[in-house]
Design a protein around this ligand. Sequence first.
Ligand SMILES: C[S@@+](CC[C@H](N)C(=O)[O-])C[C@H]1O[C@@H](n2cnc3c(N)ncnc32)[C@H](O)[C@@H]1O
Length: 212
Amino acid sequence: MRRYYNDTISEKAFLPKMESKRFSDRLIQFQYLKKEGLQRSHYLLDMGCGWLRAGHLFIRYLEASHYYGIDKETAALDAGCAGMCLLELENKYPQLYLCEGEMDFELPAPPCGYDFAIAQSVFTHMAPEVVEKCLTNVLSVMKPGGKFFATFFEHPEHKLSERHRNRHLEYSRAMYPSEYFSDLAKKIGVSQFEYRGTFGHANNQRMLLFVK
Ligand SMILES: C[S@@+](CC[C@H](N)C(=O)[O-])C[C@H]1O[C@@H](n2cnc3c(N)ncnc32)[C@H](O)[C@@H]1O
């Protein structure tokens, strides 16, 4: 994993994202975490941050350097960086990192650990072994009592679609029964696991909470 920032990219990389019809999913994430107690002084890990759809809101809200965004796609981080310039957020010094592959979860973290983490629409692209490693490693860099929220597509049987054509190393849709996550939470040993269910996501994803 390596630190990432691109200040040469043009805003053209960002503007098509702004027009995307899934833009509403950014506000849901931000409001959800605020309702759960996210404060300006907290440290947040945005796992699979993509083009900073919600990241821009978190960066603006949190104290400088308290937002960490991780992704494996250069193009997504480039669009996120272009958006940051356009929105004049560079002085909030977000910590962006590029993974070296789909199993690179050697996560950077502040010395005190993270208070919150979110992976929205990320387990929805991962095979079970990737989900397990991601969850294990995210929890390892959280404060005791830190909350990790993750969304998934619920289905009675686990199913993986074909690989994405335009992105490296991920499935276009991965579905899981909720028991998969409760079993995983027991196996990894979280202090609390909650199936939160629907939360207003446009594609009807479900919310999970893992507490360290
Ligand atoms: C549908 S996007 C969601 C982005 C963001 N969380 C949001 O809500 O806009 C899924 C993101 O997860 C990232 N991702 C998927 N598998 C990953 C992995 N193994 N490691 C890091 N990022 C991953 C993808 O590159 C993509 O940017």
